[in-house]
Unconditional design. Structure first.
Length: 218
């Protein structure tokens, strides 16, 4: 089994949620607010919402889509917003622009609905991240598998979802390590294909463990 001189350092992250000074009552107000919202708020309501909804196997995985459905009862727009796949983005500017484009197109075709007041407003939030290295690392696939077995939801989310923006790559920490430290490009590609929308954090982790089991010699 290959041993690398570039160990995988396990880490976890904690988040302190902050309510910002922006809110929206209508689709039009949401469109305007998204222009001024901080990058941290965009990240919170898209990337971080995947971690908060880790227990869901149905429904929408970003907060904008959830609000449009629950508070505005506009399922078609909610589905459009939910179709945003965070795996396609390496920066928040593109994500912000695409969210606003969806809202603008909807308002252009449904002016009355875009002015409709929600049952409750959408409050923009952000989170302050505190990253903490864990007291173990991995130099082999077996070591990584052992670490996966003991890691928390917060740690798995940090390495598998939030890492995409940190790396500025359409990948995750595990795939990046497989490819760069172990030279296992095919394993990296298979790991990156694990669906973060149809899986919970638990089932995504089990799928990754299954990939490692097939990769390692019996």
């Amino acid at each position: 089994m290959t041993t690398t001189t570039q160990p995988f350092q396990f880490a976890t992250a904690a988040y302190l949620t902050c309510v910002e000074n922006q809110k929206a009552h209508t689709v039009n107000e949401l469109y305007d607010a998204l222009e001024q919202a901080s990058d941290a708020a965009i990240f919170y309501h898209t990337f971080q919402s995947l971690g908060r909804y880790h227990f869901l196997t149905e429904g929408f995985s970003n907060d904008f889509a959830q609000w449009v459905l629950a508070a505005l009862n506009q399922p078609r727009l909610a589905e459009r917003l939910a179709s945003i796949d965070v795996r396609d983005y390496v920066g928040l500017a593109e994500l912000r622009a695409d969210l606003r484009q969806i809202l603008a197109e909807y308002a252009g075709h449904h002016a009355q609905q875009a002015r409709q007041a929600a049952f409750e407003p959408f409050y923009f939030c952000s989170a302050i991240e505190v990253t903490v290295p864990l007291p173990w690392d991995a130099k082999t696939l077996a070591g990584l598998r052992a670490g996966l077995e003991r890691m928390s939801h917060a740690s798995f989310y940090h390495h598998f979802i939030a890492s995409r923006l940190r790396l500025h790559l359409r990948t995750n920490d595990f795939s990046h390590w497989f490819a760069t430290a172990l030279g296992l490009e095919r394993l990296a590609e298979r790991t990156n294909r694990i669906d973060i929308y149809t899986n919970t954090l638990d089932t995504a982790r089990q799928e990754l463990i299954g990939l490692l089991d097939r990769e390692m010699p019996a």
